[in-house]
Design a protein around this ligand. Structure first.
Ligand code: ZN
Length: 84
């Protein structure tokens, strides 16, 4: 059994996760990616095969964004005033 690199827990479980990452200047959200998830700190691990497919999917999505559902997210500057 693998150990978590960050918290050294051995409590890792295979799960399908949503994973967001930047591909160039585009943010891509991949849905239902198989990962090994640390049940203690939440860190996600992907096999080399899965990582490779994630890159290919991101490249495919960047080439034809119209084929995919979109998510609108707020873009918030950190110096924005907030209530205490
Ligand atoms: Zn961990």
């Amino acid at each position: 059994m693998k150990k978590c690199y960050f918290c050294h827990s051995e409590n890792l479980k295979e799960e399908l996760v949503d994973f967001d990452f930047w591909w160039g200047d585009r943010l891509v959200l991949l849905k239902s990616v198989p990962a090994l998830v640390c049940q203690d700190c939440g860190e996600k691990y992907f096999t080399p095969d899965v990582s490779e497919k994630m890159k290919k999917l991101a490249r495919k999505a960047a080439a034809d964004e119209s084929a995919y559902e979109k998510l609108n997210v707020p873009i918030v500057p950190f110096d924005e005033t907030v209530a205490a």
